[in-house]
Write a protein that binds this ligand. Sequence first.
Ligand SMILES: Cc1cc2nc3c(=O)[nH]c(=O)nc-3n(C[C@H](O)[C@H](O)[C@H](O)COP(=O)(O)O)c2cc1C
Length: 328
Amino acid sequence: MAEVEPRCDVMALFVAARDEKRYLRVSAPMVRYSRLAFRRTVRKHGIDLAYTPMIVADSFTKSQWAREADFHTAEDDRPLVAQFAANNGPVLAHAVELMAPYADAFCLNCGCPQRWAIQDGLGCALTLNPDAMVDLVRHARAAVPHHPVSVKVRIRDTAAETVELVRRAEAMGAAWISVHGRTPAERHQPVHYDMLKLVKDSVSVPVVANGDIFTLKDADRVWNETGCDGIMAARGLLANPGLFEGGRYVSREVIGDFLGEALCTGLHTSLLQHHLNFMLEPIMGRADRQEFGRLPSATAMMTFLEERFDIKVNLPLTNPSPHMTQVH
Ligand SMILES: Cc1cc2nc3c(=O)[nH]c(=O)nc-3n(C[C@H](O)[C@H](O)[C@H](O)COP(=O)(O)O)c2cc1C
């Protein structure tokens, strides 16, 4: 199959950011949450590079239903990194080929710590097994030679193991490395930013630092401390999709934008409610939260937000629906 050229040059973004003496602002992969409506919202509010949620390569390649459930995009949903979880090289190769027209780069998930994933040799299992990780990167690169292929890892227990892991990824051609500064066993422990600096100093490819970035100040501090090329946020962006614009809390405008995107892209009502819970956490009291949780529809939520908090839906200027693309 002739390989499709990516539409955006993600590696050029890293170079431009470095030349401008700034870091790339990255929206993390998040199962269920980093979908089209969310990506379009964060892009409007300072994000340079957005990831899809983790997509399991095996089901993606086997089932049209899984492809339709897992992935929607739009003309302007770029630059886009599609993240896959995989434990089999040929299956990953097939998945990235199918996705190549819609993504500008790929990421192999080597950081998911959930037990089901590790048992299946996915996610963190690959941080702990660099041989399997490099084999997967090799297959993906061979399948889509024009697309950069990156990895997202967690640090390992020791500095030596961490350096070996990222150097092996680099040697196998990983275009950049995103690192969550916790080990596979760690959940809420402090992030090891010193290890992120060590990773940055150990490889030549760009490094994206991840872990506990909740404000622009956090992002700037981690950039200064580690020298990494990009700063990736997950939970911080869920709470405030405008995090990289600097506000401590989410603004009404950002929530209004998200509501508009959710309407236009047909985001499921329960997901809309989850997203709004993350964003409204600092301003909703217990009674409001309980009432909000009982609202049955998107319309009821929007009316509630307008009446209680003066939050209005901002419909996007470009409606993504006509360009909505699914992988066949
Ligand atoms: C709801 C949720 C879903 C996540 N899904 C993914 C995923 O699909 N792929 C992945 O590599 N990491 C996933 N992560 C991990 C984040 O990308 C990130 O590495 C982690 O949350 C640490 O960053 P943070 O401190 O900014 O939240 C997820 C995290 C959260 C909170």
